[in-house]
Design a protein around this ligand. Structure first.
Ligand code: PGA
Length: 263
């Protein structure tokens, strides 16, 4: 069983003064020990959210929304993985908004993933097709490319720590949600690609049980207009291990209901 993850992506919302209070309110509404909870506020709010959750004794992880692929240097405005120490234990990498507006590619995603793993930060790597790609019938090819390049060069042991978020770009912030079947199909494909990349141990020499492969360990989240009304059906799919929530994660009531849908 892969533990369910419910992650909030606040995007470019909240000031430090607002963020602590919002994090505390949200955490109080989503108290479920069986669910891994993660809140990803803007960089400038990380300390406020960490402090507020710590003071309230809430076991909620804090994540950043991006990280630079170099460790330090002349990169004005950027934040590196070692700089997250003490502030964030998770990080979103390659969100479609970063690919769309900030020129991120499968290659930069791969570099960012490696520095995050080196720093001991849990990466949530986002993949997903745009509408034109879905309409052209090349969704599988796009996802295969994103995974093959984005996750390349990583040992099985490290790859098992990976969290992937399948976020069809046409479903982000649009109110359009992939059907549970559409989402399951792509999650299954992502697991298949991971299995190809990390075939895992074969049957034990004495006919013992098969080793758990990387693909079985990686948690794959769905993202894109997740709301209380659609969360349950999405989370019931066998290859969907949680959700990454944007808009609804700023509303404590809605986000609390999404967490309950995971039970
Ligand atoms: P949304 O965003 O829930 O507002 O569609 C999801 C995301 O971008 O991670």
């Amino acid at each position: 069983m892969r533990p369910v993850i419910i992650a909030a992506n606040w995007k470019m919302h909240t000031t430090p003064a607002e963020a602590g209070e919002l994090a505390r309110t949200i955490a109080a509404r989503m108290r479920e020990p069986s669910v891994t909870r993660v809140i990803c506020p803007p960089f400038v709010c990380l300390a406020a959210v960490r402090d507020a959750l710590g003071a309230a004794g809430e076991d909620v992880a804090v994540g950043a929304q991006n990280v630079h692929h170099e460790l330090y240097g002349a990169y004005t405005g950027e934040v590196s993985a070692p700089m997250l120490e003490g502030l964030a234990t998770w990080v979103i990498i390659g969100h479609s908004e970063r690919r769309q507006y900030f020129g991120e590619t499968d290659d930069t995603v791969n570099k960012k993933l490696k520095v995050a793993l080196d720093a001991g930060v849990t990466p949530i790597v986002c993949v997903g097709e745009v509408l034109e790609e879905r309409e052209a019938g090349i969704t599988d090819d796009v996802l295969r490319r994103q995974c093959n390049i984005g996750f390349r060069g990583i040992s099985g042991e490290r790859a098992a720590r990976l969290v992937v978020a399948y976020e069809p770009v046409w479903a982000i912030g649009t109110g359009k949600v992939a059907s549970p079947e559409q989402a399951q199909e792509i999650h299954h494909l992502i697991r298949e690609v991971l299995r190809e990349m990390h075939p895992g141990s074969k049957k034990g020499a004495k006919g013992g049980p098969r080793g758990t492969s990387v693909a079985e360990k990686v948690r794959i989240l769905y993202g894109g207009s997740v709301k209380p009304a659609n969360a349950k059906e999405i989370l019931q799919q066998p290859d969907i291990d949680g959700v990454l929530v944007g808009g609804a994660s700023l509303d404590p009531r809605a986000f609390g209901e999404i967490v309950k849908a995971a039970l």
